[in-house]
Design a protein around this ligand. Structure first.
Ligand code: FAD
Length: 904
């Protein structure tokens, strides 16, 4: 047998520290190592065979290594999660990323996954299994003492969130009983509704008093000599794990509480019990199941005799329960006697005998983030599960799953400690438990984030057709089901216009497309635009909980899908609008900020007119972002929706030149929103700027996009692109210019950026697209001067190499020139895309308007300027930013304008 696998080796290396921690004595430690050796040996054999066979076929392996099939599958899953099966294409879902990004030594270089607050289920088992007492569970989260931790990873192996193999979920091993199976309840023998006859238990019980009654029987019959339950110290709503050694102590426990109690934290201290009962939530039952397989329970926790699982939709941190009581009921914990969930409602029973309830939906927003990953309502891994769903008030639903569970339940019946009525599969309550249980099930571990179908790079680099083609309905359906539908959706807070993202994803998962587009239009009238150009990766998708385990939900792709579905079906959904109130509001600029402000006001019945300088609406969406990223027909159609809700658009109307705000006021406009953007190109102050062939990205893109130079000769707009084009900059504008130049016929396109790839502000997706199309990048390089030929045409650019220093105000590392590193780049066209300045035409016409030193309009937190009735938002306030942030500003300003017009 193999003597020294990495896990065993590292445990041996730290043997002295482990024994010093006094958690395990020498004999226990040796025994543990022996058991580990056995398990590790099995895994070594599997790896060896897999490497020999060169492919992963469980059947074949099963034939070769005579290990039971389920056993084999579980070990494969474990090895995969350790990153050991990468060579055969089995990627670890959770662990690999951690391994790749790690420099710390140890078998499990970074065990931080177990203390990720977004992920932790709060079972507390990691505290018990840590052999050197490096882990503590304080204030609702795990804390690791890095000085003591030696990265053995036993905590990772036991954590139900790090991974919980699917095979393990339905494993019937050890059940040895005539059970049935349903997808939604897992293995079970019989289901009952029951309540206690014991008056003392009735006093402390939440529902039917079944858990306490079963423990009482188990103590009386000497089936157990100890139990892990929850007790309370000062506050009954702040339960703490409690080891109970007899029936008297049992009556001091707190009964079911909705606040999380990390009971398994004291599992190790309960070694003194020979036959231990554990009462806990589904995650705790999963944790115990996991250690029973990957032999961490042996020799320490083989005293677990009975597992009583609780139904659990989600649990709460103590602070959140206090907030829930305060916000939803205006009550403090001291006033509350007990809480209950019944028939879709959350009840509070007060000490004065009264009670109140709210719909259960309302409490979801207070749930622990880690609970939203959980797919088990009924504690499927317990011997017997107890909960209130499916039973009347004062009764509990009991699911008997194992022989042990059945025996205890029968004993309680025989002793007439409880009353019970069987619930059959066809009964309403059985169906209701199954339905709710199904709603909690997840598929996020079974599928991966989809990739959009795209035009091949070698084809698209020569045309202006859109690059990505979107997702299919099947892909969207699967992806929508991957969404956790968490009760506290961080994606909404990540979205500047606060779209209720889980709501539209849920409709997509039900294939209710019509409802989904209607739903989204209530928040955003430009979904086809946002689905294409929003930097979701740094907004809604960045805050998605699934980031803790892998890839976030593809929110942007789904938004694009539903908007495209609407267009393909020639529908034009409009949000509901109030009847007109005849109050006129003027919006200046038809970029995303102006369009959003206009739609929000129109919905409320205001008479809105947009004044736009150009002959087309959309701002940067039409003159900046190229066709291959955002087809102009799409922008046009989304603007048409706005016109359908009565927004008027006056094109070719430069406010500040043709009309002034004062004149608009005289025409009866009561409030104004300025969204004129940051369209003034910024230039580099270096020699040679005036040479022919040196142009701003603004001019280059406007000619190509707005004036359709790319459609020459159909549109007769001249545009000159040389053979060797150099673009300066690292944002979206630079990438758009480079890719446009390529499509207009440039043979080689270089992008020169003074910082490194990491600091590039452009969207990652677009950067990868550009790379695939053949754009060449020169990072850490800055132009010094442009050099012309005898005819005044640019022919070369002198550049200098840069290095990165300390971070500047933007948080990005400052580029510093490297002395004497100048060199020349041959180029015949230079496009400068180093940023833009505030558009000054309008602001110059209102000298009283307060601007900052860069010429951007100053506003307060409600988008209000220093002038009466004038509001502003978007790039003209923030400087060049993003479409969605401009939309968020437009929305905020609309709310402020409404308040202003209502209250004066
Ligand atoms: P703008 O979109 O600039 O609209 C301002 C409008 O006001 C224009 O239509 C202008 O003609 C009009 N106007 C100006 N002065 C007057 C006047 N005096 N009277 C009447 N009308 C006037 N963001 C992303 O999120 N994702 C991207 O992929 C992305 N790519 C980009 C690519 C390029 C090339 C550029 C230039 C920007 C990109 N952005 C991107 C940034 C984004 O487009 C802007 O942040 C956003 O459009 C700003 O919206 P806005 O409404 O404030 O201004």
């Amino acid at each position: 047998m193999e003597q020294s696998t990495p896990l065993i080796k590292i445990l041996f290396e730290h043997r002295d520290n482990i024994l010093k921690a006094e958690k395990y004595n020498e004999k226990e430690f040796e025994h543990f190592i022996e058991l580990l050796k056995e398990a590790e040996h099995k895994r070594k054999v599997i790896i060896h065979e897999i490497e020999n066979v060169g492919e992963i076929s469980v059947e074949k392996l099963h034939e070769i290594i005579k290990i039971p099939r389920q056993d084999l599958e579980l070990n494969i899953e474990y090895l995969k999660e350790l990153g050991s099966l990468k060579s055969i294409g089995l990627e670890s879902r959770f662990f690999q990323k951690i391994l790749e990004n790690n420099e710390i030594e140890g078998l499990f270089p970074n065990v931080s996954i177990i203390r990720d607050k977004n992920l932790c289920c709060g079972c507390g088992l990691c505290v018990s299994v840590c052999p050197v007492n490096a882990i503590n569970y304080l204030d609702d989260s795990v804390d690791i003492n890095e000085d003591i931790c030696f990265k053995c990873g036993l905590c990772f192996a036991c954590c139900p969130r790090s991974f919980f193999p699917k095979v393990l979920k339905t494993l019937r091993e050890g059940i040895n009983f005539n059970t049935k199976f349903t997808d939604h309840l897992n293995n079970y023998y019989k289901v009952f509704t029951a309540n206690t006859n014991d008056e003392q238990i009735k006093e402390i019980a939440q529902d039917g008093g079944i858990v306490t009654s079963l423990l009482k029987v188990a103590f009386q019959e000497k089936i157990i000599d100890g139990a892990l339950a929850v007790g309370s110290v000062n506050d009954t709503h702040k339960p703490l794990p409690k080891f109970v050694k007899d029936t008297n102590e049992l009556l001091e426990t707190a009964g079911t509480r909705y606040t999380n109690s990390p009971s398994l934290k004291i599992l190790h201290d309960s070694k003194k019990s020979n036959n231990l009962a554990i009462v806990g939530t589904p995650c705790m039952m999963q944790a115990l199941k996991k250690i029973s397989y990957y032999p961490l329970n042996q020799p320490f926790y083989n005293n677990i005799t009975l597992k009583i699982g609780l139904f659990c939709m989600e649990s709460f941190n103590y602070r959140d329960i206090v907030d829930l009581l305060n916000n939803e009921f205006q009550k403090s914990p001291e006033e509350v006697k007990k809480m209950d969930i019944d028939k879709g409602k959350f009840f509070l029973f007060y000490k004065d005998g009264s009670s109140e309830s709210i719909p259960i939906k309302r409490i979801k927003q207070y749930g622990r983030l880690g609970c939203f990953f959980c797919d088990d309502l009924t504690s499927e891994q317990a011997d017997i599960s107890v909960g209130s769903i499916g039973s009347d008030s004062g009764w509990s639903t009991v699911i008997i799953r194992t022989q042990k569970g059945a025996e205890i339940f029968q004993k309680a019946l025989d002793l007439q400690l409880i009353n019970a009525k069987e619930i059959k599969e066809e009964d309403k309550s059985f169906i209701s438990i199954s339905r709710i249980s199904k709603s909690k099930q997840k598929i996020y571990t079974e599928t991966t984030r989809p990739k959009m179908i795209e035009q091949e790079a070698y084809i698209r680099r020569k045309n202006f057709e859109e690059v990505p083609k979107g997702l299919t309905a099947e892909m969207v359906n699967l992806e929508a089901q991957r969404c956790l539908q968490c009760g506290r959706p961080l994606c909404i807070t990540g979205c500047p216009v606060n779209i209720e993202i889980p709501g539209f994803i849920r409709l997509l998962s039900l294939k209710k497309y019509h409802e989904a587009i209607q739903f989204i239009k209530n928040f955003n009238l430009l979904p086809a635009v946002c689905g294409r150009v929003c930097p979701q990766e740094s907004q809604c998708e960045q805050t998605c909980l699934l980031n803790s385990l892998g890839e976030p939900i593809a929110i942007g792709y789904m938004e694009r899908f539903i908007a495209d579905w609407e267009r393909a079906n020639k529908l034009k959904e409009c949000p509901d609008c109030k009847a007109t109130n005849n109050i006129k509001v003027a919006i200046i600029g038809s970029g995303p900020a102006g369009l959003t402000c206009a739609s929000e006001l129109a919905k409320e019945g205001y008479e809105v007119t947009i004044f736009e300088a150009f002959h087309k609406g959309g701002g940067v969406l039409v003159y900046g972002i190229p066709e291959f990223r955002l087809p102009k027909d799409i922008v046009k159609e989304e603007i048409e929706t706005l016109e359908m809700i009565n927004v008027k658009i006056k094109y070719n109307s430069i406010i500040g030149k043709i009309l002034t705000i004062k004149e608009l006021r005289d025409m009866g406009y009561k409030a104004f929103f300025i969204g004129v953007g940051a369209g003034l190109p910024m230039f580099l102050k270096i020699p040679g700027l005036n040479l022919n062939g040196v142009l701003s990205a603004n001019e280059f893109l406007t000619r190509s996009n707005l004036m359709k130079a790319y459609m020459f000769p159909e549109y007769d707009t001249p545009i000159k692109v040389g053979k060797r084009v150099t673009v300066i900059g690292g944002g979206n504008v630079a990438l758009d210019s480079a890719r446009t130049a390529l499509r207009l016929g440039a043979e080689e396109v270089f992008l020169v950026y003074r910082r490194s790839e990491v600091e590039m502000p452009a969207r990652k997706e677009e950067y990868h697209h550009a790379q695939d199309e053949g754009i060449m990048f020169q990072f850490l390089t800055n132009p010094v001067k442009f050099i012309g030929d005898e005819n005044g045409n640019v022919k070369q650019m002198e550049v200098i190499k840069m290095r990165l220093g300390e971070p500047d105000k933007s948080g990005r590392r400052r580029p510093i020139p490297i002395e004497n590193s100048e060199y020349l780049i041959d180029t015949d066209t230079v496009i400068i895309a180093v940023g833009a300045n505030a558009n000054p035409i309008l602001t110059r016409s209102i000298p009283e308007l307060k601007l900052n030193k860069w010429g951007y309009i100053e506003v307060d937190e409600n988008a209000k300027t220093n002038l009466e009735g004038i509001f502003a938002g978007g790039d003209i306030v923030t400087g060049s930013a993003t479409v969605i942030s401009a939309m968020g500003a437009g929305k905020k300003a609309a709310n402020a304008i409404i308040q202003y017009l209502l209250n004066g």
